[in-house]
Design a protein around this ligand. Structure first.
Ligand SMILES: Cc1ncc(COP(=O)(O)O)c(C=O)c1O
Length: 432
């Protein structure tokens, strides 16, 4: 290894965690370490990769674009890659979302959505509508605004005093139902608290933010579609904006291009990142309705949205995004997703009754197993044990505490997917 600045790795406790593995190259679903080992990337490198690593069409698009126009600021300028990407997105997004604001990553896509929502009400003469409602178990990123709307956790505790106050309401975590019901007989009663809150305080509330249908970092919690539908209806009834954070769920993860589609719901704002470039280059985007955008168009400059990052709309990242969306048009991506979903369901069914297993859940390409644990949560002692076990067996999985999950690139072979599920079944012996 070269000597230089010591790299401070994210989400890593140097005193306890194993030394980072050096990856020399990647291809398809495989990561190759520089000492010659091959790992199956079972989590799409933090949920970003869609069509396999180093997909030739994305690699070629990046090379071609980098040689033509590497970067130019987006304030006062435009270029073909962002325009083409915007045109392709327009075809796949809910029809009401017709404006796009680019940024760099998932957290910034969320920050932008929150700021647009708050300024929207100010611009239309209702500045008192500035509170944000968010769900328990939510995760929206690591910047201060995104942490504020995320649920309180070990990640956010050191910064508690810096976070802005948020109205917190229950999420539809059926395995640990917040209102003590069971799904087979409930009437989505967990949404009642949101209903009461909006009824009483809608005059102060700018927006409700949700991870639609799947709360990722909170433990791969899958919501019934009716929950999202009810949230949408309540927002409509009480004139509150709905922000769908599709940073994780977007681009096919849940079985449709966007999770909102599965519930037939169109939000007012949507946050995109991760899969936007096929998981190759950083890019974020916040899309919104014409109605929201219109509130910012004025001869009065104070109504402008004064927000922008240096790399906003970077042409090379946008070219990767275009190539990514073309792959959806030219390859059988949704057939691959459906096959993965079917294998997940079968394999989860087979382990559901294992004594170590508390709950199994899946949606699209995501399969999760919540293990029984006295110390349930991200800091469960099961996590490091399982992480090491899977790496030893040649699979990259990063359990969220006592929740093991699989979220592979869509090109994973049936054989490799079964291999991962076989290793998970084996790992249950470590947990019983
Ligand atoms: C739903 C959701 N929103 C936002 C983010 C933040 O994205 P980023 O890590 O790119 O800032 C994440 C990251 O995992 C996420 O899952």
């Amino acid at each position: 290894m070269l000597s230089g600045l010591k790299i401070w790795h994210p989400f890593t406790q140097e005193a306890l965690d194993p030394a980072p593995l050096r990856i020399a190259r990647a291809q398809g679903v495989y990561l190759y370490t520089d000492d010659g080992r091959r790992l199956i990337d079972g989590i799409s490198s933090w949920w970003v990769n869609l069509h396999g690593h180093c997909h030739p069409a994305i690699v070629a698009a990046i090379a071609e674009q980098a040689a033509k126009l590497d970067h130019v600021l987006l304030a006062g300028f435009s270029h073909e890659p962002v325009e083409e990407l915007s045109a392709l997105l327009r075809k796949v997004l809910p029809a009401n979302l017709d404006h796009i604001f680019f940024s760099d990553n998932g957290s910034t896509a969320v920050e932008v959505a929150l700021k647009i929502a708050v300024q929207y009400w100010k611009n239309i003469g209702q500045p008192e509508k500035r509170a944000i409602v968010a769900l328990e178990h939510a995760y929206h990123g690591d910047t201060v605004g995104a942490m504020s709307v995320s649920a309180a956790s070990g990640f956010t505790d050191p910064f508690r005093d810096l976070l802005f106050p948020v109205q917190r309401v229950p999420s539809a975590y059926c395995y640990r139902c917040p209102v003590g019901k069971v799904r087979s007989s409930c009437n989505i009663d967990c949404v009642e608290q949101l209903r009461r809150l909006l009824e009483e305080k809608h005059g102060e509330i700018a927006a409700v933010i949700v991870e639609p249908l799947l709360q990722g970092a909170g433990g791969m919690i899958v919501h019934p579609v009716e929950f999202l539908q009810r949230v949408r209806r309540l927002c409509d009834e009480h004139e509150v904006l709905l922000i769908a954070d599709e940073v994780l769920t977007g681009f096919g993860r849940c079985g449709k291009m966007f999770a909102c589609e599965l519930a037939g719901v169109a939000p007012d704002l949507m946050c995109l990142s991760k899969g936007l470039t096929g998981g190759v280059l950083p890019m974020g985007a916040t899309v919104c309705t014409g109605q929201v955008h219109e509130a910012f168009v004025s001869e009065d400059r104070t109504r402008t949205f004064y927000h922008g990052h240096s790399y906003t709309g970077n042409p090379v990242a946008a070219a990767a995004g275009v190539a990514n969306l073309r792959i959806f048009e030219t390859e059988p991506v949704f057939e691959r997703i459906a096959k993965i979903a079917q294998i997940h369901r079968e394999r989860l069914e087979a382990i559901r009754e294992h004594p170590a297993v508390g709950d199994t859940r899946s949606i699209g390409v995501v399969a999760a197993i919540e293990l029984r644990a006295d110390d349930a949560g991200y800091f469960s002692k099961l996590r490091p044990r399982l992480y090491k076990f899977f790496l030893k067996k040649g699979v990259l999985l990063r359990p969220l505490g006592n929740v093991i999950y699989v979220l592979p690139p869509y090109v994973i072979s049936e054989q490799d997917l079964h291999f991962i599920h076989d290793r998970i079944a084996e790992s249950l012996a470590l947990c019983a």
